[in-house]
Design a protein around this ligand. Structure first.
Ligand SMILES: [Zn+2]
Length: 97
């Protein structure tokens, strides 16, 4: 099975190529996606977690089920709270003035 791909850069047709034969531009969509994913992961790994994130991560992955339960309890309260607040904001915004 042969695949024909057109280069996005120079519009040359390439048969069974991952890279453009004319300009070397990457053509394989799977490879493009993979490279983008790797870039993203690299970026996230390089980003330092702040203290709050670190603490939340610790609590979330705690070996004590009670700690995790408390975490999810407050997390759901926070989630409901923000949902209600955003609902009221939407109502206020929808009203005249
Ligand atoms: Zn090309």
């Amino acid at each position: 099975m042969s695949t024909l791909r057109i280069c996005a850069k120079c519009h040359t047709w390439n048969e069974n190529q991952d890279h453009c034969t004319n300009c070397g531009h990457l053509l394989n969509p799977d490879l493009i996606r993979k490279i983008e994913l790797e870039k993203k992961e690299e970026l996230e790994a390089g980003r330092e977690l702040d203290k709050v994130d670190l603490l939340l991560h610790k609590i979330k992955n705690s070996r004590y089920i009670l700690v995790r339960a408390v975490f999810y309890f407050f997390y759901s309260i926070w989630f409901i709270f923000t949902a209600i607040v955003s609902f009221f904001i939407a109502i206020i915004a929808a009203g005249p003035g």
